[in-house]
Design a protein around this ligand. Structure first.
Ligand code: SF4
Ligand code: SF4
Length: 410
């Protein structure tokens, strides 16, 4: 499916409505044009020139959370999210709300360190006054003074069960470096040598979601070339959005992918690291990130891991697979809908009386922390690898100075 022919795919729609069953924007607004079927119909109409590429049409297409809940529901086999991605590429100039974001993204991918430095300055100097004036609702986390990726880092283990590389992703790299540290700590304690290579680029998800398809494809090619040269039995990702985009969208964007990329839950279960996970007593519940749940079908693995930790009193929350309302820039551009979706998630969390809400996505952590602050919630929000690290509790390893080969001979 190319950008020009997404409407052919949309024209296969028979309007059955099956795709609306789990669509969070439809279920929250009860508005047909804010649901999966409505969006497919609008894009079909755009292709047939029944509708013009105007701002209000673009708004409906950009209001999709790209959660993928509709993905496997269509009896006609329409890849609804792919139709929406292609529709966004065609409509991007009509979506005026996204102009600043597109410009910022285009510049930030070539100089991510500078972009996050500026974000850090905004967070420190401008967020509080803007928040008091009611002009900034979303509290982004502190940007780390030192990103997780800092040149090439090798975390060695005495046992050498295997050698793995880390795909950090921008959120872990700049907002949550401790999550990356926890992964390396767990891997080392289980006998793996973990390597963090410089040279990773943004996975391209924010660009593609903004309609910048060519730019996303360029990043895909860079990451494929870089990681397919890396000598490691697996490349482990801590962010389901990165994993989903690399596994499912890189073949469409760049004709190839990072063949041994794995979500951290998949890796831990497949490699048998689910027993003897130590002790971490707490009442826990689990929130399924959409791109892990709908995008990659990884649901059982995190639950198996949590049940393998001694002292965990696991309670399933109601509708654990429903979106938390984040969806990247959706939570800024469609704030009211995002908040309504988020309130449902918080109610379901509070019903469990859990002390710890575990998830596998740094974006969900960011959003759940914001939701928690709004209700003065007492629970902790943790990435699953942090919980495992706390249970295994090894001495945190430091990168071995001078280890690794920075010449590209890996
Ligand atoms: S991706 Fe999610 S929000 Fe978008 S149409 Fe599908 S179910 Fe609805
Ligand atoms: S499930 Fe498929 S055929 Fe049915 S309304 Fe949705 S896109 Fe159309």
């Amino acid at each position: 499916m190319d950008n020009a022919s997404f409407y052919k795919e949309a024209s296969k729609c028979v309007r059955c409505g099956a795709c609306k069953a789990l669509c969070p924007t439809y279920l929250t607004t009860s508005n047909e044009s804010m649901g999966a079927r409505g969006r497919v119909a609008l894009l079909g109409g755009l292709g047939a020139k029944r509708f013009a590429p105007r701002g209000n049409l673009a708004e409906k297409i950009f209001s999709c959370m790209l959660c993928g809940a509709c993905r496997d529901l269509c009896p006609r086999g329409i890849d609804i999210t792919e139709v929406i991605y292609r529709g966004r590429a065609a409509l991007r100039r009509s979506y005026r709300k996204g102009r600043f974001l597109r410009a910022a993204l285009k510049h930030s991918v070539s100089r991510p360190d500078l972009a996050f430095y500026l974000l850090r300055a905004y967070r420190r100097l401008l967020y509080r006054p803007l928040h008091r004036a009611g002009m900034a609702g979303y509290n982004i986390p502190e940007v780390a003074s030192r990103p997780f990726k800092n040149g090439i880092q090798v975390y060695k283990s005495i046992k050498r069960t295997g050698r793995v590389a880390v795909f950090a992703g921008c959120s872990v790299n700049y907002f949550y470096p401790d999550i990356g540290g926890a992964l390396c700590s767990v891997l080392v304690s289980k006998g793996y040598e973990a390597v963090v290579f410089s040279g990773e680029s943004c996975c391209g998800a924010p660009l593609r979601a903004s309609g910048l398809q060519k730019e996303a494809a360029a990043l895909a090619r860079k990451n494929i070339e870089h990681f397919n040269r890396v000598r490691a039995e697996a490349v482990i990702s801590l962010c389901p959005t990165c994993t989903m985009v690399i596994r499912r969208q890189y073949p469409l964007l760049a004709g190839d992918t990072i063949s041994n990329l794995m979500d951290v839950n998949e890796f831990l279960v497949n490699s048998g690291i689910v027993s003897d996970l130590g002790i971490r007593p707490a009442r826990m519940t689990y929130h399924d990130p959409c791109h892990l749940n709908f995008g990659l079908g990884v649901r059982e693995e995190p639950r198996r891991i949590l049940r393998g930790i001694k002292g965990v009193d696991f309670t399933e929350m109601r509708h654990a697979g429903e979106c938390c309302g984040f969806a990247g820039f959706f939570s800024l551009h469609f704030r009211e809908i995002s908040e309504r979706i988020g309130r449902k998630k918080i109610d379901n969390i509070l019903d469990t009386s859990a002390d710890v809400v575990v998830t596998s996505c740094p974006g969900c952590i960011m959003h759940l922390e914001n939701l928690k602050a709004a209700v003065d919630g007492k629970f902790e929000v943790r990435h699953i690898i942090e919980v495992i690290d706390e249970a295994v509790h090894p001495v945190s390893p430091s990168p071995a100075a001078g280890e690794g080969d920075t010449t590209g001979n890996r």
